[in-house]
Design a protein around this ligand. Structure first.
Ligand code: OAD
Length: 276
């Protein structure tokens, strides 16, 4: 009798779970539908992207499960003082590994989908916090690299520029022909964001009618407040992220809750069918 009761309970839970899954699936389909319609009716769209958009390209994020800051203390490896005091350690532990991963990475369906949105004329600018260059590789032409880029490196003494492929990492830190230390052209913690990046990004946020916010935990300022600047200027903010963020339900109007590659693939196919 007890066993029978338990079996009954299990079946009830299973049915409830199935119903919940079905309901979630229906909500997601409805949100994809809504986002596709919002996009085709918009005049100016901007996207703000973060590390999450490159996860499906094999690049780990910074926060959350499997994130870089789970294994490395950012103050010990990603602060400018850490780099200035121990450039060999920062290159060895953090930058070298990131370079190797980024060398292999290719754009995924999310990057390619954003490039398609630009080709169709819906998306004007991508503001990215990423330093991996995957948006440009996918085909987007107006990309603001808010936190700089890993593709360009320069000598801290004579400013000579080196592409990532020109640097050998046999001896760390890599050195310029003048003997100076080479650093990546990205923003370390404790450094200023280039003024031009801030000015343009906020100007774009204040003049778009949709902002897509993809794969960012919205926890690093000032990038984190770009979506609220868009919202305050009347834009609709649509998030794409498998997790809820501080923007969800406050700044964003709705969320496509799932991995960016999968969500954007569905979005693009929906837009295609609307356009036909
Ligand atoms: P985070 O690592 O803080 O957040 C990654 C976000 O991506 C999280 O919200 C995840 O839920 C989400 N995510 C994970 N997998 C995903 C997937 N497949 N598709 C979509 N989203 C996914 O990365 P950022 O917000 O970019 O700054 O971090 C901001 C800044 O913090 C970085 O630019 C870097 C870092 O410290 C500097 O180095 C200055």
């Amino acid at each position: 009798m007890k066993c029978h009761k338990n079996e009954l309970k299990r079946r009830i839970y299973e049915k409830k779970g199935e119903k919940l899954k079905k309901k979630k699936g229906q909500t997601m389909d409805a949100n994809i539908d809504k986002a596709a319609r919002d996009i085709v009716n918009a005049k100016k769209i901007a996207a703000l992207t973060g590390a999450g958009i490159s996860v499906e390209s094999g690049i780990p994020p910074f926060r959350g499960k499997g994130g870089l800051w789970e294994s490395f203390d950012p103050m010990e490896y990603a602060h400018i003082d850490a780099f200035l005091n121990h450039p060999e350690k920062v290159w060895d532990v953090l930058l070298k590994g990131m370079k190797e991963i980024m060398d292999r990475a290719k754009p995924n369906d999310a990057h390619l989908g954003l490039a398609q949105l630009e080709k169709w004329g819906y998306l004007q600018t991508v503001i990215t916090q990423n330093v991996d260059g995957l948006h440009q590789m996918a085909g987007n032409r107006d990309v603001i690299e808010f936190h700089g880029t890993f593709a360009i490196n320069y000598c801290m003494d004579c400013n000579r520029i080196y592409n990532l492929s020109e640097i050998t990492l046999d001896q760390l830190p890599p050195k310029c022909t003048c003997g100076g230390i080479i650093r990546p052209d990205c923003v370390f913690f404790g450094e200023q964001i280039p003024h031009e990046n801030i000015m343009r990004s906020f100007e774009i946020a204040q003049n778009c009618d949709i902002m897509l916010v993809i794969g960012t935990s919205a926890s690093v300022h000032p990038a984190a407040i770009i979506p609220s600047s868009a919202l305050e200027s009347g834009a609709k903010v649509i998030e794409i992220n498998p997790e809820l963020t501080p923007l969800t339900g406050r700044t964003s109007h709705y969320i496509l809750k799932g991995p960016a590659g999968e969500m954007i693939r569905q979005l693009i196919s929906k837009i295609k069918s609307i356009r036909e």
